[in-house]
Ligand binder design. Structure first.
Ligand code: ATP
Ligand code: MG
Length: 154
């Protein structure tokens, strides 16, 4: 069993000094501190790490980063919101393909979201891209079943 709030908190903590040096305002909202799930914690961390990497990379210094964990029926909803340029609706499917990149000002191989999609598929996690609550920036909603099917429990 994994505590999703703790997993999110340690993913943030492991970004270390990058967050303070770029003056990000990070917030973790957990409705239930005991958000327990049965899943592959290593794969789930890899998924979250890739999303956080993007949120940080494509956001301006001093931007807000919000992670929230709420229950949604038989699932947990983990949302990651940033204040970067966001992704326009017409690109929201294509960015999950390997090597598909939109922002050529930043370095990247275009593999992060393909990895995210592969892990999500394995763990029966649904992903939806939207606009962050501040009207700009990306919002990524992960719908995570309380008990995942694929992967290995660590
Ligand atoms: P890599 O993750 O392999 O280092 P990458 O970040 O370019 O490279 P992906 O993570 O797959 O690749 O993202 C694909 C593209 O989607 C990015 O190039 C960027 O244009 C866009 N994108 C991803 N996340 C965000 C975000 N949080 N805000 C704005 N654009 C984003
Ligand atoms: Mg990336």
């Amino acid at each position: 069993e994994i505590n999703l709030s703790n997993l999110a908190a340690s993913a943030i903590a492991d970004l270390g000094t990058l967050l303070t040096s770029r003056h990000f305002q990070v917030e973790l909202e957990a409705e239930d501190e005991e958000a327990m799930i049965q899943s592959d914690s290593m794969l789930l961390r890899m998924l979250i790490d890739n999303l956080l990497d993007n949120a940080v990379k494509y956001s301006p210094d001093g931007g807000r980063l919000l992670l929230s964990v709420v229950q949604a029926g038989a699932n947990w909803r983990l949302s990651i919101c940033d204040e970067g340029p966001g992704i326009a609706p017409e690109h929201r499917q294509a960015v999950f393909q390997q090597f598909h990149r939109l922002d050529m000002d930043q370095q990247g191989t275009g593999l992060g979201l393909a990895i995210v999609a592969g892990i999500a598929d394995r763990l029966s996690i649904a992903i939806e891209l939207g606009t962050s609550p501040w009207g700009k920036g990306l919002r990524v909603d992960l719908t995570i079943p309380l008990r995942a099917t694929g992967g290995v429990e660590h």
